[in-house]
Design a protein around this ligand. Structure first.
Ligand code: C2E
Ligand code: MG
Ligand code: MG
Ligand code: MG
Length: 274
């Protein structure tokens, strides 16, 4: 398009803005209806102990089963849910569904051994005073032991309001729930901040894991994160494990757990562990 200045161009610009605002509102309204109509589904990806190859848990990952568009990935609607506050009821739905399905998923995979259900948490959920009570109630109603629930929060979300996050995470941990930092290495938290957070697990972001090769920087970053995590008494989960060579590298680095397409993509409840 010609670089025309003047009122004409301003009109084009503002109508584009108008369109995207309209789109946003439309998607937000559709997402609200989707929650009411039970169109959101939770898929599960196994979390695997690398040394033995056994399933030790699952991560709950939401999808939108749209009546005409089919399955929509969370990147397309989680940001809108966060901006509109829909993330609060949405997050509650995912937590409840994951806890309801916990017992069946565990029974199918672990032969009575412990099984951890991981659920992602948005920053907005951490800011709600009632959140701990909601978690407590859902655990009580579904019979999931608090120690079997892990809540994942990204560094970025935790750092939005570190003092409030620390307080909330401490209250959650008092219930017995464990806490993971998700996508570790991609946010802007400094390593010196990390020890202030009451956490149990670091999930190394898949960008480091997928680019690991002997002698390169990524393997050294993973090595450093594993060492740091162990010094702080944390479990380490490698995200995005896609190849057998990565498993042996991670095992050499003493990383205990992994998740990734090598083991399984996230799958519907019916398919997990079968
Ligand atoms: P996340 O929590 O870091 O989840 C891991 C993402 O990596 C998932 O994408 C998973 O399908 C993908 N993944 C797992 N293994 C591999 C692999 O080997 N290779 C590749 N290329 N990708 C892999 P998904 O399901 O599309 O979710 C994307 C993000 O959406 C999640 O990242 C999480 O931040 C957010 N999300 C999903 N469900 C929820 C939810 O219930 N609540 C909130 N607040 N956020 C959610
Ligand atoms: Mg996660
Ligand atoms: Mg992640
Ligand atoms: Mg992520």
């Amino acid at each position: 398009m010609a670089k025309r200045k003047g009122p004409g161009q301003r009109a084009v610009f503002s109508s584009a803005m108008h369109d995207s605002a309209k789109n946003f509102m439309r998607t937000a309204a559709a997402l609200r209806r989707a929650l009411e109509r039970d169109e959101l589904v939770v898929h599960y990806q196994p979390m695997v102990e690398l040394r033995t190859g056994t399933i030790r848990g699952a991560e709950a990952l939401v999808r939108w089963n749209h009546p005409t568009r089919g399955l929509i990935a969370p990147q397309e609607f989680i940001p809108i849910a966060e901006d509109t506050g829909i993330i609060v009821p949405l997050g509650r739905f995912v937590l409840r569904r994951a806890c309801e399905q916990f017992h069946a998923l565990k029974a199918r995979t672990t032969n009575g051994k412990p099984f951890t259900m991981s659920v992602n948490l948005a920053g907005a959920q951490l800011g709600r005073p009632n959140f701990v009570n909601e978690v407590e109630q859902i655990l009580a109603e579904t019979g999931v032991p608090a120690g079997s629930l892990k809540l994942e929060i990204t560094e970025t979300a935790a750092m939005q309001n570190p003092e409030a996050a620390i307080e909330m995470l401490e209250r959650l941990r008092k219930l017995g729930v464990t806490i993971a930092i998700d996508d570790f290495g991609t946010g802007y938290s400094s390593l010196s901040q990390l020890h202030r957070f009451p956490i149990d697990t670091l999930k190394i972001d898949r960008s480091f894991v997928s680019r690991m090769a002997s002698g390169n920087d990524n393997i050294e970053i993973v090595r450093t994160v594993v060492t740091l995590g162990h010094v702080l008494g944390l479990n380490i989960i490698a995200e995005g494990v896609e190849a057998a060579e990565q498993i042996s590298m991670l095992d050499d680095l003493q990383c205990e757990y992994g998740q990734g397409y090598f083991f399984s993509q996230p799958v519907p409840f019916e398919k997990f562990g079968r």
